[in-house]
Design a protein around this ligand. Structure first.
Ligand code: IVH
Length: 705
């Protein structure tokens, strides 16, 4: 495509060209997104958009109401209705070697109070590399299909799922309510044919079968999904009006009998030795299965054990994914850059000569921290036999699953003669503040705090990220631009954007890449998030050590922002009742608590939080579903020997019912559960007049909830 210089055009010519571009780009968009049949390449499309922007910059008065600059190129993500999963769709924890699997088995035995030699059966089945889907049947009819989304809210893709031939539309003799969960995937053969077809039509090629499956399922037009050969394996279930069986094996057999495809390589294994030998079988079969798998999933077979084991915040205790080893490749390390994170951590990043690892081109990899580069672990021992990493070295890179690529090894025989050891900077490359490594910290950190532009911008990116405020249309790229232009400096400024840049001289709609509609959509999307749950807000603050799960625990514990704030004020001295209460929360350790209290007490940081909260309507935390729980909100202490359950199980169950489990008896204790051999705690409880039950009394109290 050759264009004449915009300076040689007069208004009439420019107007005519803008009209042609608007028409052409609208057709290109429809062909790409809706008809899935693009007629120009991505590069040509980008060149047309750039030309359009150039003309609009030179002749702003000619910008059209239907300007292509105001349409977003990506497939609309609000194209699907949202579905709240009745039972969350969880992920799996990972294991990588034999010892991880043995530890998994030991943890389960300990939790259930089974000896090391008692028989404990597991199922082992391939971990399909696709995307999970939940199918809801009511009275035998498929009524809804939803993607996993963030685990609690997914996308409604029912019309698309109906086009997949492995998914039955109706079932006979099924429970009245049945949610079947499994993986949508594309076979290698179908993937190759699809890409060949895309190539012939000049369309976009998919990087791998997983992306092709995801792209095909998430089409707004179900007819496109129908034309893509998707398949489905059932491996789990959600809501049920009656059980499918008493074991995992029986439940899968039932799903199979109902008409679902279950994986033929699923086996029942008695103990870890059999699991590991089935893993080897599946690994050997991997190349000939005809579809991608990335590991083997082990699940406790007995469903009553599964129920007792329950869940951690995002993963079941009764299952694990045993991942296949990562793929490896050698390439040259071209440079080491330092990135500064939201907590000031300086992370070295390897800039690599691009290399393909497991089907994906890799040009960056993490180098973790300065010790890792120097060939040391954080306890002073050596790694990689003590070999350091230098710019110019040949390095071995690997990827495991979706994680960021890493550098595993160095080939000293190829080291250039003039390569020098990497000198880790002692000042921040962004703000020049001193970079200090504190005792016990694996990383060096910039001490600039909010004056460091890198920290400020990273904090803002975290703030708008998916698990935090998740503002549609406001991603990392937009945050970086707004920050660079001084439009937003801290989270509160996001909520002042409409006020500052909705009208007047400097308006968002006049910025390159924005228009009337996209600007007002963004302001609306921001307003939508003024109402926010307490857990999301705490997570969004980006306080070091305070992750998503911990934020939700804190929210549930304190209930409201006012209570949370007061507790943080009261805990400033890192002692006293508010502090004890904070570190008493299961899942909150001293390191996290200290970081939290320090951040909330640091004047600049606190000022920024207060300005933010003034813009919001923070929703009190909903207590977990505890209807009928007799111990909700109570403090329970277990002592003595428990005979029908382990201590870990008793604690997990009590917490699931909304109780707080404490290790010692005090005036705050509501209930003591005492088994045989209870000593001083039982005496103290008696003195304080605290209700005491034995194990059977406890089980009776909580029976049936
Ligand atoms: S069981 C509560 N079984 O892996 C556990 N998951 O990394 C439910 N996956 O989100 C999952 N094959 O999308 C299970 N045989 C299998 C699987 C499998 C693939 C996916 C699934 C899940 C992810 C977790």
């Amino acid at each position: 495509m050759a264009f004449s210089s915009v300076d040689t055009l007069d208004e009439k010519e420019a107007g005519a060209e803008l009209a042609r571009l608007a028409d052409l780009l609208a057709k290109a968009n429809a062909a790409y997104h809706t008809e899935d049949n693009p007629f120009i390449s991505d590069a040509e499309y980008d060149a047309l958009k750039a030309r359009n922007a150039e003309l609009e910059a030179r002749f702003p008065q000619l910008k059209r109401p239907d300007s292509p600059s105001d349409t977003v190129g990506a497939a609309p993500s609000d194209g699907f209705a949202k579905v709240t999963h009745e039972i969350a769709m969880l992920s799996l924890s990972n294991g990588f070697d034999q010892s991880d699997i043995e530890d998994f088995d030991q943890r389960i035995r300990k939790f259930l109070g089974l000896g090391t030699s008692a028989r404990l059966d597991y199922t082992a089945e391939p971990k399909i590399d696709g995307l999970s889907l939940s199918l809801r049947y009511e009275n035998g009819a498929l009524v809804q299909a939803a993607t996993r989304g963030d685990g609690s809210v997914g996308e409604n893709v029912t019309a698309n799922a109906r086009t997949i031939s492995d998914i039955p539309q109706t079932l006979t003799d099924a429970p009245d309510v049945l949610e079947v969960r499994g993986e949508v995937y594309m076979s290698h053969e179908d993937f190759d044919a699809l890409n060949q077809n895309q190539k012939n039509r000049g369309g976009k090629l998919f990087a791998n079968p997983r992306n092709a499956a995801a792209g095909s399922l998430r089409q707004l037009d179900p007819e496109i999904t129908r034309s893509r050969p998707l398949k489905f394996f059932a491996y789990a279930w959600g809501a049920l009006s009656e059980p499918l069986g008493e074991t995992q094996t029986a439940s899968l057999a039932r799903l199979n009998a109902l008409g679902f495809v279950t994986n033929p390589m699923t086996r029942l294994c008695a103990g870890t030795a059999e699991l590991l030998s089935h893993y080897t079988k599946i690994e050997q079969a991997r190349a000939t299965l005809g579809y991608d798998i990335d590991g083997v999933v082990y699940k406790v077979d007995d469903l009553s054990f599964q129920r007792r084991l329950g869940f951690r915040s995002t993963t079941p205790r009764w299952a694990i994914a045993h991942k296949f080893p990562a793929e490896l490749a050698w390439t040259r390390l071209e440079a080491i850059d330092i990135q500064v994170g939201r907590t000031g951590a300086m992370s070295p990043v390897a800039r690599l000569h691009p290399v393909t690892v497991g089907g994906v081109v890799v040009s960056n990899a993490t180098l973790h921290n300065e010790d890792y580069i120097a060939g040391k672990d954080n306890k002073g021992g050596t790694i990689r036999g003590g070999k350091d990493i230098r710019v110019g070295d040949w390095v071995q890179v690997y990827r495991a699953g979706d994680v960021i690529p890493k550098v595993a090894d160095v080939d000293l025989s190829k080291r250039p003669k003039d390569a020098t050891p990497f000198a880790f900077p002692e000042t921040c490359p962004q703000c020049n503040s001193a970079a200090i490594r504190e005792e016990g910290d694996a990383v060096r950190r910039c001490t600039g705090g909010l004056i460091c532009p890198a920290q400020a911008v990273e904090k803002l990116k975290h703030f708008v990220s998916r698990a935090a405020f998740d503002i549609e249309g406001l991603g990392s790229k937009q945050v970086e631009q707004f920050y660079a232009d001084g439009w937003i400096k801290e989270p509160a400024d996001i909520f002042l954007l409409r006020e500052g840049f909705g009208s007047g001289v400097r308006q968002l709609k006049n910025r390159e890449g924005w228009g009337e509609k996209s600007a007002s959509n963004l302001f609306d999307a921001i307003d939508d998030k003024r109402r926010i749950s307490l857990g999301r807000l705490i997570f969004a603050l980006g306080i070091r050590h305070v992750g998503e799960a911990a934020s939700n625990l804190l929210a549930q514990h304190y209930g409201s922002f006012a209570a949370f704030e007061k507790a943080m004020n009261d805990a400033q001295e890192l002692c006293g009742p508010a502090w004890e209460d904070l570190i008493g929360i299961d899942g909150v350790g001293e390191v996290m608590a200290t970081s939290l209290v320090r951040s909330m007490g640091q004047p600049a940081e606190r000022g920024s939080i207060d300005r933010l909260v003034a813009q919001l309507d923070v929703q009190d935390a909903a207590r977990p579903k505890l209807e009928g729980s007799p111990v909700a909100g109570k403090t329970v202490v277990f002592t003595g020997t428990l005979e029908k359950m382990t201590r870990a199980e008793a604690k997990a169950r009590a917490e699931a019912l909304g109780a707080k489990v404490s290790g010692s008896v005090s005036a705050k204790t509501d209930l003591l559960v005492a088994g045989p051999g209870a000593g001083s705690k039982a005496q103290k409880a008696a003195q304080l007049g605290i209700e005491t039950l034995d194990e059977d009394g406890w089980l009776e109290l909580i029976a049936g909830i």
